[in-house]
Design a protein around this ligand. Structure first.
Ligand SMILES: C[S@@+](CC[C@H](N)C(=O)[O-])C[C@H]1O[C@@H](n2cnc3c(N)ncnc32)[C@H](O)[C@@H]1O
Length: 222
């Protein structure tokens, strides 16, 4: 059984506002992706946990033509993506999990942005990474954005994050959110993330981006 974190109701409706507030440099990170991946010959991209389609939007705005499959288990999130992207004939959007995708179809690039920290490190993270690896060609590029760090690193970077979010937010809500990140999400250390990726069939990843607790990783399928 694949563990999923469903985004529903206000959480789905307010998602785009939420990322603007809580993920400093989120759009900068998304803007980097088409540039980093521009040298790839076959532009067949799998966007895992595509949510409202924010990363897909960046790819369809580039002059290069990407063929994009976005998949997400939350009906309210994928509906927002469909509403936004319905006129794009090169974008296919699926409500479901990666394990639902045809194993015979292989992609050249995949992204997994802001998903893995919702899954426990009890086999769930590894299962998702393996499901993705099995659907990539050898040498395919895989990019992740995730809350990463050991306990101390997360605590130190949460102080930085608090300084970077917009001023004037409700203090109680801010404190609750910071506590939730520290105690209820399932961030792993950089070493553990590397080990999980390697076990799933990827090369040792390189960290190419960091904004407080959020780290951007690039690796290749072995
Ligand atoms: C924080 S949102 C990220 C959305 C998008 N990638 C972005 O960067 O804006 C997390 C998304 O992961 C999806 N999700 C939760 N569990 C998942 C799983 N096991 N596999 C794939 N996606 C999952 C949720 O439905 C949600 O839309």
């Amino acid at each position: 059984m694949n563990q999923v974190e469903l985004f529903e109701n206000e959480r789905a409706a307010g998602y785009n506002q939420f990322v603007e507030t809580w993920i400093p440099n989120y759009h900068y990170f998304l803007d980097c992706l088409p540039k980093i991946l521009s040298g790839i010959d076959t532009k067949d991209l799998l966007v895992v946990g595509c949510g409202t389609g924010n990363e897909i939007e960046k790819f369809i705005k580039t002059p290069e033509r990407w063929t994009i499959t976005g998949i997400d288990p939350s009906p309210e999130m994928i509906k927002q993506a469909k509403d936004k992207l319905q006129t794009c004939e090169n974008v296919r959007l699926i409500e479901g999990v990666v394990a639902d995708l045809d194993i015979k179809k292989k992609y050249n690039v995949a992204t997994l942005l802001l998903v893995l920290h919702f899954l426990e490190d009890n086999g769930s993270k590894l299962n998702l990474l393996k499901d993705i690896a099995e659907r990539l060609v050898s040498g395919a590029t895989f990019i992740m954005l995730d809350i990463t760090g050991d306990k101390k690193q997360i605590q130190q970077n949460l102080i930085i994050l608090e300084q970077l979010i917009p001023e004037g937010l409700d203090e109680e809500q801010v404190n609750n959110r910071l506590k939730r990140i520290e105690h209820e999400l399932f961030a792993v250390s950089e070493e553990r993330l590397s080990a999980l990726l390697e076990e799933a069939g990827f090369e040792t990843p390189v960290r190419f981006f960091q904004s407080s607790i959020y780290m951007g990783w690039l690796t290749k399928k072995k």
